[in-house]
Design a protein around this ligand. Structure first.
Ligand SMILES: [Zn+2]
Length: 249
């Protein structure tokens, strides 16, 4: 899908980047599940660089306590739906791309419809229970997802695409007792959301997943990155099942 004259000017600097595949990017479709601290950041960067089709999914409305980290929203947005607001902001920043709004939660019931045609899912969720549901959807529909999570001074990142990789349930099968609310300051989801967007771009343009079967942990208190490797678990309740027969990405 060739770029227009205005797109060539808009994307001038990134077109200089080695291995940058502008046409694949323009043809890509990404679902961002949750557009808060993590998903708001990854969606903002994916929109700015010109991922051609973004689908933003969030059933929440903006609250005052979101504004310490969810920088797509303003004080005047309190009480308004996040997905539609995020789409409006990102469209204003880059009117060249298509953005779809889903003001609903991703569930196993609506998953086929919500993920239709998507190459990739970005996890912008805020609890492990919903991430395990997203992991089921990702496996059942053969769409890889980029996991991101934060808590206090630690952030995590991984890429799940079984059977090429393990799935989230291989690594963390149990429901976790997430602290409610999660302790978080804005810069950390900013770091992890940016890493999710960076990894997404690498995958969308090259098909490469540089952190296969690895969990990248960012320790913000010591400014250290740590990589923990893991393997698929044969008895996994999700990807240990029969592999769906559809084409895998
Ligand atoms: Zn698994």
């Amino acid at each position: 899908m060739p770029l227009s004259k205005s797109e060539i000017e808009r994307y001038q600097r990134q077109l200089l980047v080695d291995s940058w595949d502008k046409e694949r990017l323009k043809g890509a479709r990404v679902l961002v599940v949750g557009v808060g601290g993590l998903g708001g950041i990854s969606a903002a960067y994916l929109a700015a660089v010109g991922v051609g089709n973004l689908r933003l999914c969030d059933s929440d409305r903006v609250e005052l306590s979101n504004l310490n980290r969810q920088i797509l929203f303003a004080a005047e947005d309190i009480g308004r739906p996040k997905a539609a607001l995020a789409a409006k902001r990102l469209s204003a920043q880059n009117p060249e791309i298509k953005i779809e709004v889903i003001s609903d939660k991703l569930t196993e019931t609506n998953a086929i419809e919500l993920t239709s045609g998507c190459d990739l899912i970005i996890d912008g969720l805020d609890n492990h229970s919903d991430r395990l549901k997203l992991n089921n959807v990702s496996f059942d529909l053969n769409i890889p997802f980029i996991y991101g999570a934060i808590n206090e001074w630690q952030g995590q990142l991984s890429f799940f695409n079984p059977p090429k990789t393990a799935c989230l349930a291989c690594l963390m099968p149990e429901e976790l007792q997430d602290p409610k609310p999660t302790p978080v300051f804005g810069a950390l989801p900013g770091v992890i959301g940016s890493l999710q967007a960076t990894l997404a771009l690498r995958y969308l343009m090259t098909g490469e997943n540089p952190i296969s079967n690895a969990l990248l942990i960012f320790h913000a208190d010591t400014m250290a990155f740590e990589t923990v490797t893991f393997e698929r678990r044969p008895g996994c309740g999700v990807c240990g099942k029969t592999i769906p027969s559809g084409p895998r990405r």
